[in-house]
Design a protein around this ligand. Sequence first.
Ligand code: PHE
Length: 454
Amino acid sequence: MANSKKSMHGAWSSRFAFILAATGSAVGLGNIWKFPYIAGENGGGAFVIVYLLCVAAIGIPIMMAEIMLGRRGGQCPINTIKALAKEAGANENWKYLGWMGTLAGFLILSYYSVIAGWSLSYVVKAFTGSFSGESAAQINTLFTELKASQGEQIFWHTFFIVATMSVVARGVEGGIEKAVRFLMPSLFVLLFLLVAYAMTTGYYSEGLAFLFKPDFSELTANSILTAMGHAFFTLSLGMGAIMVYGAYLPKDISIAKTVFWIAGADTVVALLSGMAIFPIVFSNGLEAGAGEGLIFQTLPIAFGNMTGGWLFGVLFFVLLVFAALSSAISLIEPAVTWVIEKFTVTRNQACLAMGGAVWLMGLGTVFSFNSWADVTFFGLTFFGFLDYLTANLMLPIGGFLIAIFAGRVMHDRHTKEELNLKTEKHFEIWTYLVSYVAPAAVFIVFLSVLGIFG
Ligand code: PHE
C-alpha cells in the first residue's frame, strides 16, 4: 500500500469540519461532568497539573499518531491496525490492539449514556422550574431521587442510546458537521456565563486556589493514574475514536495543526468548568469530593438563584447533552464500522445491533446506583469498575501500544509521508515523543500504582 486508503464510510468536507468533529468527540461529559469531580476527589491543583502535563506530553503526540494511523488505514480501527501491521511486516497479533480499543469504546458508551441520561432528565427539571429558589439540600435530594429511580434512568438512557444510534446511522457527513458548528460555540458562551456567575459568589478565589494551587502531598500513585487516564479519556484517545475520525480525513490536510486546536479547546472547556463549579461548591458549603453527582448538585443551585436561571439551566443541560452526544457517536463508530466491514451489513443494521447491546450493558450502570449499590467488583460498584477499567487501564494501555506501533513498528517513511510535518526536526521530536516519552510515562505511572517505587 503506497498511500492512505480512502474510507468506504465517507469523508469530512473540510479541515474545519474534521476539527469540529474531533473536538466534538473530545469535549463531552469528560470535561464538564468528570473533570471537576475527579479533580475534587483527588485534591485539586496537583492533580490538575499532572493532567495538563499528560495532555501536553502524552496526549498531543498520541493524538497525531491516531489520526495518522486512521488516515493511512482508512478502515475501522481493527482492520486499520491489521492492515498497517501487515504493511510494516509486523506480527498480526497487533490486531488485538484494535479489538481492545473497540471494546473500550463500547464499555464507555454503556455508562456514558446513563450519565448523559441524567443530563437529559435535568433538562426537564430545569424546564419545569424544579431548581428555582431551592436550597443546596433540596437540590441534593433531587439528585439522590434520580439515582434511586431505575425507571427514570432507564427511560433517559434509552432515549440517549436511540439518539446516538440515529446520528451514527446517518453516517459521517449527514448532520453532525452542521450540529457541532452551532453547538460548540454556544457551549463556550454558556460556560463563560457560568464562570461569570461563579465570580459573584464571593468564593471565586477559593475556587481558583483549589483548582490551581498544587499541594503535592495530596498526590497518590492512584491519583496520578487517574489524571493520566483522564488525559486519554478527555481527548478520546487510546481506543480508536480519533483513529476512525482520522480515516475520514482527506489526504491534503495537515494533521499537526488540527491537533493543537482540538487539545486546546478540550483543555479550555475542562478548566472553565472547574472555574464555574468550585466557587459554587465552596459558597454553598458543599463537598468538593462529592463524586459523580458534583455538577448535578452544584450548578442547579446557581440556576435556581440567578435571574433568568431557568433559561440558562435549560440551555446548559441541553448543550451538555449535545456535547455528550457528539462524543457518544465517536465511542461507538469503531464498533459500528467493524460490523459493517466484517458482516457486510448496512449501517442501519450495524447500529441496531450495537445500540441494543450497549443499551443492555448500560443497565448494569443504572443498577449500580440502586439495587446493585452493594455489589462490588474489586471493591468498586459496577459503574466504578467499568470506569476504572476503561479510563484508567484500557485507554492508557491502548495509548501506550498505539504510540509504540506508530513510533517503532511502522516504517519511518510511511509515518513521515502521512504526517507531512514542516521540518525534519518536527518529525524527529514527534518520533521521540511517541517512541520513548509517551510509552515510558505510561509505564512509570503503572509501576507506581503497582507500588514498585515503595
Ligand atoms: N472525550 C470524551 C469526553 O471527554 C469521552 C470519550 C472518550 C469519547 C473516548 C470518545 C472516546 O467526554
